[in-house]
Design a protein around this ligand. Structure first.
Ligand code: HEC
Length: 134
């Protein structure tokens, strides 16, 4: 009997510890930023959804030259939204570094300064006249 009470208080203690841990998890991490902004389509596994959302895990494009990767995420492409107005340089660099170095990916990290430069380049970039009005 007393054993089961001891067990129960251990169990409750464990629950309290677990909820304390989930409170600290509110601080954004590269993984949580990816999960919040990207995983709805690309999945938390980075494997995407065949025929709809490309896999980022094992994708040579994602691990290669960072410039086109940054441009894709800043400006969006086809069925993917642009993130330039939603994510800071620091958050984007955290997400892109996470994507380039997770799930077995072996890309180089991306810094906030890299993203700032890519953002400036995108702004300065010439757009076709038909898009300039927007
Ligand atoms: C609403 C769904 C959606 C969300 C959210 C989304 N993506 Fe995408 N993403 C796509 C689609 C669709 C494509 C393929 C676009 C195409 O056909 O050219 C894509 C393509 C990409 C590519 C290029 C892959 C390649 O090999 O060409 C990268 C890199 C990428 N996404 C990263 C991200 C990151 C990082 C985030 C979060 C900041 C994100 N995506 C959020 C739908 C999404």
């Amino acid at each position: 009997m007393s054993r089961s009470i001891a067990f129960r208080s251990l169990f409750i203690g464990g629950l309290l510890a677990a909820s304390a841990a989930s409170v600290t998890a509110f601080a954004a991490t590269p993984q949580s930023l990816f999960n919040d902004n990207c995983s709805a389509c690309h999945q938390t596994t980075g494997k995407g959804v065949k025929g709809a959302f490309p896999a980022l895990a094992g994708d040579p494009f994602v691990q290669g030259d960072p410039a086109p990767v940054m441009a894709t995420v800043l400006a969006g492409r086809a069925g993917m939204p642009a993130f330039k107005d939603d994510l800071s340089d620091a958050d984007l660099s955290a997400i892109l570094t996470y994507v380039r170095t997770s799930w077995g990916n072996k890309g180089q990290p991306v810094t906030a300064a890299d993203v700032a430069a890519a953002r400036a380049k995108l702004k300065a970039g010439k757009k076709p006249a038909s898009l300039q009005a927007h």
